[in-house]
Structure formats: structure tokens, C-alpha cells
Design a binder for this molecule. Structure first.
Ligand SMILES: [Zn+2]
Ligand SMILES: [Zn+2]
Length: 387
């Protein structure tokens, strides 16, 4: 049986190791084997490497992946949208699959909270067959029931990976905020916005200029935000935010105190604060700061806390007095990936997600790719096996 190379996290906070695993002898019914074309490094991978999330090692990291179908199992004939699938097709997929039958899946319509979900590149040990269940490898096995999406010929892999799981996360998050106005879309045709019908002309603040912040900026703008203010750093990230159309940026290295940033927001919003604040930072202190930046009656989305970064004290009177609506959003559903791919294709000129890919590494240098992300050297690092 031929082998496939993979870069493996064997011990937390030590260099990834190049290993070889046998390719599966047989592809199960409904499964597929994919040849990895490009794998993104997500900020979550850095947290996983540090041991900040409860995972069992060894693991092949990588949950943002594009590849070409090498082989399909019986019964796998179409992608999630119904398009025919064949060998050689370029595809991506959701990192986890919900069971469809539990309390959250079947009864409450919130499959992202399904307890059966395990994510590729996070929740599968690689010392057990079929081994190849993460992106940092030459091949990726897609288990039966994986939500696979064929990528349109005119959508580059760089754009899909540059947007990565951040865009899908932002699509879901913005949907959470706007759920009440879903379907009320007077401008939808004019704006040519696929699958994101949010008719706001509001002032939106995005806290954080990392991949999730940039994605939230793009989604908010496309959803009709009248003005988007991005707060973050370092400078190269704020430049990217301006490239993506941020109307204003606030540099946290220049305005170092929360009170100074809150004042700056007030000045930009006629003293009222923003209609919507989207937290994409992941630091607890950003949450209390963000609530102060909301106007009275505004909405606040906590999107950046994928890791437990600890607690923060705040005065609940703020929530009551300001009549705030506070939202959370976890991961995404297949329909959000579908929307994200359509969004990327339709807005390639406006939002250069492909340009986010600033650092490319061969599989053998996967650890350098991970460290480039850890040290914020790159907008987005990717692994290209065989580079
Ligand atoms: Zn991720
Ligand atoms: Zn379920």
C-alpha cells in the first residue's frame, strides 16, 4: 500500500514531525480520498499546538483544506449542493458533520451544538486508521457523510483558504445578529448579495483585525452596513482592513486605553455608539469595551472566544440600561459554507481574500507555517504539499 506524508502534532509546544501513513486500502461507502492542494493555518491551530484545547494526540492539524478528488467510495456521486462529483474535481468541505438526529440537530435546529461533532484536524487521532483526517498532509480522507463542496472553476484556492474558517464563522455570526430581519430584503437584487439578505444601513464596529475581523468586515459591508469601523493592530492588519473597505480604523497601538477608543468611537458615531459591535478579538476585556461602544438598543456579537480565555467582570446595569442584545455564535453549518463560497465568487474584486495568503510553505516546513501564524508574521500562512 502506498504511503502519504503528513505533518503531525505529537507533543504540545514542540515542532511538528513529518510522518508517513498508509493510504486506505478501501474507500468506505460514501467516503472519499482527496489529494491536498492547499491547507490553511488557522489561529485555532496555534491554540491546539499550545495545548489550550482538550484534544488527544497525535493529530494531523488543519481544518481549512482544498483538494482534488482522488477516489470516491460507492454511493458518493454528488456534492452537498447536488453537483456531480468525479475524480479530479477541486473540493472543500465542512470540518465537522452534525448527526442530524439529536436534540440540537433535530429538535432545536442548532446543529452547531450537536454533541456528536468532531472536527477534522482537531478531533481525530492519526495513529488509528484511516489516519489522514487533517489538512497538513498529502492526502485527506473524507469520512462518509462529510459535507463536500465542489469549487467553481473561477474561484482560486487562495481565495477559499485565505477566507478560511474565518469567513464561514463570520457568515454564521452575522446571520445570528440579523436573524430577525431575514427575508426582508428590498435591496437584495440591486446589491447582488447571495444568501446574505441583511438589510441594514447601520454603523458596525469590528473589534479585531485578524482573519475573523477581516471576514466580519467583508460580510458586514456586503450585508449593507453603512459604515464599518475596525479596531485592532498591528499596522499591516489595519492596512488589510482598509483594503477590504473599512471606513475607519482605530489602531490599538496608538489609542492604548479602552476609554480613548470608546471616545474615538463616540466621535465617529455622533456620540451615540454603533448599531452593531462584532467582537473578533478573543480577549475577555474586549467584551466589556465592546458593550460600551454599542449605542443604546444596539447589538453585540461575541464571535472571537473560541478558546476559554478566562473571565471578566462587568456591570449588568449596562446591558439593562442600554437595552443591549447580546449574541453568541459557534462554528457553522454546511449552508454557511455554501453561502461563503458563493460570496467569495461574487465579490472577488471587492474583497481580495486571495491576497490574505502571504506565506506559502511545503509540507516539510509545516512547523514554520504554524509559527508564522503564531507570531502574526503573516496575514495567512498556507501549506502547499509538493511546493
Ligand atoms: Zn479555524
Ligand atoms: Zn446532532
Amino acid at each position: 500500500m502506498p504511503n502519504a506524508k503528513a505533518s503531525v502534532l505529537e507533543r504540545f509546544e514542540t515542532a511538528l514531525t513529518l510522518r508517513e501513513f498508509p493510504l486506505p486500502a478501501k474507500i468506505e461507502h460514501g467516503a472519499a480520498l482527496v489529494r491536498t492542494e492547499m491547507a490553511g493555518i488557522c489561529g485555532t491551530d496555534v491554540h491546539l499546538w499550545k495545548g489550550q484545547l482538550p484534544i488527544s494526540l497525535p493529530v494531523i492539524l488543519g481544518h481549512e483544506t482544498v483538494g482534488r478528488i482522488e477516489q470516491t467510495g460507492e454511493g458518493l456521486e454528488r456534492d452537498w449542493t447536488g453537483q456531480p462529483l468525479k475524480t479530479g474535481d477541486r473540493v472543500t468541505w465542512t470540518s465537522s458533520t452534525s448527526c442530524g438526529q439529536c436534540y440540537y440537530c433535530a429538535e432545536k435546529g442548532q446543529p452547531t451544538r450537536c454533541p456528536q461533532r468532531r472536527a477534522y484536524g482537531i478531533g481525530y487521532r492519526c495513529d488509528q486508521p484511516p489516519h489522514l483526517l487533517g489538512g497538513y498532509a498529502e492526502f485527506h480522507y473524507l469520512r462518509p457523510r462529510t459535507n463536500i463542496f465542489k469549487i467553481a472553476y473561477d474561484l482560486p484556492s487562495e481565495a477559499v483558504i485565505g477566507a478560511g474558517c474565518a469567513l464561514i464563522t463570520a457568515v454564521h455570526g452575522v446571520e445570528r445578529i440579523c436573524a430577525e430581519s431575514l427575508g426582508v430584503t428590498p435591496d437584495r437584487e440591486k446589491d447582488k448579495m447571495p444568501a446574505l439578505p441583511f438589510p441594514w444601513r447601520d454603523i458596525v464596529i469590528v473589534q479585531g483585525a485578524g482573519p475573523v475581523g477581516i471576514a466580519a468586515l467583508a460580510v458586514a459591508k456586503s450585508a449593507g452596513a453603512g459604515q464599518v469601523i475596525v479596531i485592532g493592530g498591528p499596522k499591516h492588519r489595519l492596512e488589510m482592513a482598509r483594503r477590504f473597505g473599512a471606513h475607519h480604523t482605530i489602531d490599538i497601538d496608538e489609542l492604548r486605553e479602552p476609554s480613548a477608543r470608546i471616545d474615538a468611537v463616540r466621535q465617529l458615531t455622533r456620540g451615540y455608539g454603533a448599531d452593531v459591535v462584532i467582537e473578533c478579538v478573543g480577549l475577555p476585556a474586549a467584551v466589556t469595551e465592546g458593550m460600551e461602544m454599542c449605542r443604546d438598543g444596539g447589538k453585540f456579537l461575541v464571535l472571537g472566544h473560541y478558546c476559554d480565555a478566562g473571565t471578566v467582570t462587568f456591570n449588568p446595569h449596562v446591558v439593562t440600561r442600554k437595552q443591549l442584545q447580546i449574541f453568541g455564535s459557534w462554528s457553522s453549518e454546511p449552508r454557511h459554507l455554501k453561502a461563503a463560497l458563493e460570496f467569495l465568487r461574487a465579490t472577488q474584486k471587492q474583497f481580495p481574500f486571495g491576497a490574505m495568503v502571504t506565506h506559502r510553505f511545503p509540507l516539510e516546513r509545516a512547523h514554520e507555517a504554524l509559527m508564522a501564524t503564531a507570531h502574526w508574521q503573516s496575514a495567512k500562512s498556507v501549506i502547499v504539499p509538493g511546493l
